[in-house]
Design a protein around this ligand. Structure first.
Ligand SMILES: C[S@@+](CC[C@H](N)C(=O)[O-])C[C@H]1O[C@@H](n2cnc3c(N)ncnc32)[C@H](O)[C@@H]1O
Length: 203
């Protein structure tokens, strides 16, 4: 059982997480016009707090995650709401292959700081997008290691990201029209942690 397997049952009980995913979705919508023929991929989808916003707006969403327990919670939600246009896949974004030329939009919320080689994943995401496809990644800006409690640091590979460096990874992967901006601040135990949204387009 990994750390997220253990957290799965209680994940949605923290209002901060629900709010964070909703904020990210709203900001994605400012960058991307969601169309009903689109195929979307959500990496590190968890219990679907971001993914569920897309289900009535696009043709199909694939949610991937390496925590079976998180995916099981989401599978239950999909079943209960009779949502049919979503596939879930147990998938380790650090090692498993992404399909080529398969998605119109790849999104991710608060997952990249758990990825060992984010620049490499961004390149693989580029290959997985169709021509004209878009990437939208939301995650923490550089923090001092206090966002996660000490007992929850396993699997945290980055204390947030420097926005310029993250943007350069998108450019190295050949994304164009790239932007990165602070979209909101997470209020956690009286401290504010800025979150960015990184955006790019495949030619
Ligand atoms: C902070 S949670 C965010 C979940 C969801 N995106 C949300 O906004 O609520 C990070 C998610 O990334 C997943 N994750 C961590 N490392 C991963 C990896 N290497 N491959 C795929 N998913 C991973 C975890 O299992 C967890 O569900």
């Amino acid at each position: 059982m990994n750390r997220f397997d253990k957290l799965a049952e209680e994940w949605d009980l923290e209002p901060r997480r629900v709010l964070m995913a909703k904020n990210t979705f709203n900001e994605i919508q400012k960058k991307v016009s969601l169309l009903e023929e689109m195929e979307v991929h959500d990496i590190g989808t968890g219990t679907g707090l971001l993914l569920l916003n897309f289900v009535d707006k696009v043709r199909h969403i694939t949610g991937t995650d390496n925590s079976k327990e998180m995916l099981d919670i989401l599978a239950n939600k999909l079943k209960q709401s009779n949502i049919k246009n979503t596939s879930l896949k147990l998938f380790d974004a650090d090692i498993d292959n992404l399909p080529i030329n398969s998605y119109d939009l790849t999104v991710s919320n608060m997952t990249f700081h758990h990825i060992q080689k984010p620049a490499d994943l961004i390149k693989r995401i580029y290959s997985s997008l169709r021509s004209g496809g878009k990437i939208c990644i939301a995650d923490l800006e550089t923090e001092n290691g206090t966002f996660h409690s000490k007992q929850n640091l396993k699997g945290v590979y980055h204390f947030g990201f420097d926005k310029n460096e993250f943007l350069s990874w998108l450019e190295e992967a050949n994304f164009i029209n790239t932007t990165i901006e602070t979209i909101f601040k997470i209020d956690k135990e009286g401290r504010k942690f800025p979150v960015f949204l990184a955006y790019g387009e495949k030619t």
